[in-house]
Design a protein around this ligand. Sequence first.
Ligand SMILES: NC(=O)c1ccc[n+]([C@@H]2O[C@H](COP(=O)([O-])OP(=O)(O)OC[C@H]3O[C@@H](n4cnc5c(N)ncnc54)[C@H](O)[C@@H]3O)[C@@H](O)[C@H]2O)c1
Length: 507
Amino acid sequence: MVQRTRREFLQGSLSAAAVLWAAPMFSGRAGAQAASANDKLLCAVIGCNGRGGDHISSLSRRKDCEIAYIVDVDEKVGEKGCNAVEKNTGRRPKWVKDMRQVFDDKSINFITTATPNHWHALCGVWAMQAGKDAYIEKPICHDIPEGAALVAAAKKYGRICQVGTQCRSNPAVQEAVKFMAAGGIGQVNFARGLCYKRRKSIGALGDYPIPAQVDFNLWSGPARYTTPKLTRPNFHYDWHWQRLYGNADSGNQGPHQADIARWGLGLNRHPNSVICYGGRLGYQAERKDPNYVDAGDTANTEVAIYDYGDKCIVFETRGLSVDDSADEEINKLFGKAKGNKIGVVFYGTEGVLVQREYTYCIAFDRKGDPIKEFKGGGDHFGNFIQAVRSRQAETLNSDAFQGHLSAALAHLANISYYVGEKNKVTVAQAKALLEKIKSRDDNIATLNRTVQHFKDNGVDLDKTPMSMGPLLQFDPQKEVFTNSAAANKILHRQYRKPFVCPTAKKV
Ligand SMILES: NC(=O)c1ccc[n+]([C@@H]2O[C@H](COP(=O)([O-])OP(=O)(O)OC[C@H]3O[C@@H](n4cnc5c(N)ncnc54)[C@H](O)[C@@H]3O)[C@@H](O)[C@H]2O)c1
């Protein structure tokens, strides 16, 4: 699509790790550039259903840009997107179903994308190769090498690449992170990310029709083409729970909180190790049918322990109900016993800080008395557009590198879980293994709470046991596992031609 210069070709021969961790070499390249602050930037929204609808709503209300294209492989979604833009602006954008048409249009300055996860990296790399800036939804990639490819592409083509972890632009979280960095709750070496978000069964595994207005070849893109066949009842959204396309809730809701946990601890690198346990359990009880087989194949419950040497993150994902949960301490920190709890708890030597909502954090002293509140939302698209105009990538609140590190936490956990899937464990076996794992958490207390949570949801762990992955050692620089060939085997997925995302050294 884009001709390479000799210098770019030589750059492509560097090792992936060298490209990823090196400083940017190219400050810009041919492609649409913002002329002056008075010019409207032209953009395309790619993937326009749920989150893409929010992109349309936000961007079409701005005075500094104009949506010229709506890109969706579902004609009905495309039509809805065009109608929304026309209603807000009086101008109807062009609908196309193949994003490559946008990349070939030199007038387009930037794209935003809210396609399913399996498309994020290829869409972003193609866009940047074509000289477009890119706002890419979280998780920015479907696997770790794809995240590295996006980081390398942004550097190589001098592009502005923002990730859709919008909490990074919210003063509530920004101020809370600054407060911790200034010692507000003492020394902080441990954070617990929580994604307690009810996710009911997506329906029975089966054979369902693909909606007639959808181009399934383009929808599938880099993922294996399933002949064409759909195994879940709902076409949109529920792909999150099928691993060909999605990354479980640890890779859906999770990247927001994993990102905040990492940010608050000041960790600008990958962890040294990960271990994950959990399962896709509880739907037989939910459906009152012991033989029920749900269409999803990702875990609905995961506990992942990340070791960074001197610091540690534990991330808990729960898709079953937490309404009757006996997590008294967590309930207290979130100020409610029932309902979802999505946030981060930072444990300091002098107190605790809880990110309870996207726009609200609260700090407590050691006695548990509140000492400070942090409130307020921001303008993540605005931060991106400012950087598109100024060409100052360093002013981005959430660049590709940060997005890559945070998405990688989900990918690492899922890899440990997938490698361990054949290793069903009793609670006693899980306990014995966790006692040996280095962590700043009380691993056994967290396990006990998780086991109780399963019981509260009618799961009999003797009949349907949990899976437990191996403790995977990870080389944070080379981005490979050092103790598991099985884990390295599923680090990077196979692509379906021509939808091949290049590696970092070949972008
Ligand atoms: N930042 C946030 O707060 C936030 C919130 C929700 C979702 N998201 C992210 O947004 C993404 C989309 O989630 P969703 O819930 O809107 O999913 P969805 O399934 O509802 O929508 C995805 C849309 O992309 C379209 N699509 C698929 N392949 C395409 C292609 N090749 N070209 C153009 N369009 C294509 C689909 O037809 C569909 O309309 C996910 O990655 C999700 O993680 C982010």
